[in-house]
Design a protein. Structure first.
Length: 514
């Protein structure tokens, strides 16, 4: 829409007042909270809603009932009657270019607006409501776009209004008010991470997917991941340690990056370190640094991850793999926020937000004496559980499309045959998102044309999955567990598989037999 378009309030043929038609919706009625207030008889409290979208202006007839009513398009020069003798006309300012026909919701800088959702509740019981192009009424009545079972909210409590600058919320003269981040509002622009409270219900504002600039970006559509991202938005504002739990390959590092990029430390460094990916003799040096000459080969001083992350975020992956001595040193740093390099007598002050991740059951490790309880309670303050891919099949389609789009410069345009996509959606994905990406890479290279068919996907799955002949049988799993008196960790070590894998396979075997 061209800048300068206006809505003109008229009485008969006389123009009373003009209102610039910008990015946000404008509401007309006799209620004092309306954007255009008409103090006249027979004018409904809320009569019309003018919603700009791209180069089009839509008009919703609110007078038809409590909901949004009929939608129509309002071209330039058109006039809509309201009340007795009043009307609203759309006029174009002189000298502005002709209106375009675009329909994308854009930021002020011209970048496609990140789509939002509202998430109510947490975890498996969460409900997600997607915000599209049209306004959404929220309240207790059944005919609301978002109908909530909460006796403390009004029948028509508030309205969500998308615009080219984002999303705003408007209170509809509700009894108990609409609150955003603890402040009662009449109308307010929303951002990811905001928390709306109406009555006893909280709605978290979440971006539906991250910007898709690389194969490692978070892409999701499922309610389960929307609930996770609501926690990311909420925890990002805090400075406390965060523990991210989830299976290998679910994207824990990208969740950590989201915490960093959406928090107050986003201008500082983000330093990832895998506690289980380095030899034990090097972990201490990589984590805390070392002085010159501290050990053979230390020809110069080295800043550890804590010092490198000063002013930013340190992501410590596989924290459960740290040996006991390093757990003690890590606890000391978290208590004092001073780091002493290996071989040095001087301690250095660090200002770091610590984000840890693990695929192990830390609580069980504490009971078994393999993880310090005091360190556990230090890092267990804020916890984010990332569900496995098999628990959120709705994410497979957008992830597959994203990975294929990212691979396009190297392998060309590739599309999935419906049968191939159905096969991907039915796979259990023990390697999660990482396995999905590997399968698609192999299938994209293996297929003869532009279409990735079912045989190409099946061949890729066979090549990337663990051969069944190498997998211990259910009987051998139980025998190993009995041999070690039910100690799952000892049995897993004897079988040469992670403890979590042993637990999952035993559970899967029990389910098949049941």
């Amino acid at each position: 829409m061209a800048l300068g378009d206006t809505l003109c309030l008229c009485r008969g043929v006389r123009r009373i007042r003009s209102f610039q038609l910008g990015a946000a919706a404008l509401e007309v009625g006799s209620h004092p909270d309306c954007d255009i207030v008409i103090h006249a008889a027979r004018v409904p409290p809320r009569a019309l809603l003018f919603q700009p979208h791209g180069g089009t202006v839509y008009v919703y007839d609110l007078a038809e009932g409590p909901g949004l009513g009929t939608r129509s398009v309002m071209p330039i020069g058109d006039r809509v009657a309201v009340g007795a003798g009043y009307s609203v006309a759309r006029l174009k300012a002189e000298g502005t270019p002709a209106e375009g026909g675009g329909t994308e919701l854009l930021h002020r800088d011209g970048v496609l607006r990140r789509p939002f959702s509202l998430v109510a509740g947490h975890g498996a019981g969460a409900r997600a409501f997607r915000i599209g192009e049209e306004p959404l009424s929220v309240g207790g009545a059944a005919d609301n776009a978002i109908a909530l079972s909460d006796r403390a909210i009004s029948r028509y409590h508030c309205r969500i209004e998308p615009s080219s600058r984002g999303v705003s919320i408007r209170d509809l003269a509700s009894t108990n008010g609409t609150w955003v981040d603890g402040v009662r509002i009449r109308r307010h622009d929303l951002r990811p991470g905001a928390v709306i409270r109406i009555g006893r219900t909280e709605l978290s504002v979440v971006g539906r997917c991250a910007t898709e600039q690389g194969a490692s970006e978070l892409v999701f559509e499922s309610t389960a991941m929307l609930s996770v991202m609501a926690e990311v938005d909420r925890f990002a504002k805090l400075s406390w340690p965060v523990l991210i739990r989830g299976e290998t390959g679910v994207g824990k590092e990208h969740i950590a990056r989201g915490l960093h990029e959406q928090g107050p430390r986003h201008k500082g460094p983000f330093v990832p370190l895998n506690g289980g990916g380095l030899p034990r003799e090097l972990v201490e040096s990589e984590l805390f640094g070392h002085a010159r000459g501290a050990f053979t080969g230390a020809v110069q001083a080295h800043r550890g991850a804590f010092e490198q992350a000063h002013g930013g975020t340190l992501f410590l992956d596989e924290v459960a793999e740290l040996p006991p001595a390093l757990q003690t040193r890590l606890l000391r740093v978290l208590e004092t926020w001073h780091v002493r390099r290996v071989g040095s007598e001087a301690a250095r002050r660090v200002d770091v937000r610590l984000v840890c991740a693990t695929h192990r059951d830390l609580r069980a490790m504490v009971r078994e004496g393999r993880f310090r309880s005091d360190l556990y309670y230090r890092i267990h303050r804020l916890v984010i559980e990332v569900p496995p891919l098999r628990a959120r099949p709705n994410d497979i389609t957008p992830l597959a499309r994203h990975f294929l789009r990212f691979m396009q410069p190297e392998v060309g345009d590739r599309r999935l045959h419906p049968q191939a996509l159905e096969r991907l959606q039915g796979h259990p994905w023990p390697g999660n998102v990482r396995e999905l990406r590997n399968v698609l890479e192999l299938a994209a290279v293996d297929c003869d044309g532009d279409i990735i068919d079912l045989p190409a996907v099946d061949r890729s799955l066979r090549r990337t999955s663990e051969p069944l002949s190498l997998r211990p049988s259910a009987d051998s799993l139980r025998e190993a567990l009995e041999q070690y008196d039910g100690n799952m960790s000892a049995a897993a070590r004897a079988l040469g598989i992670p403890r979590s894998t042993l637990r999952d396979r035993l559970k899967s075997a029990s389910g098949r037999e049941g």
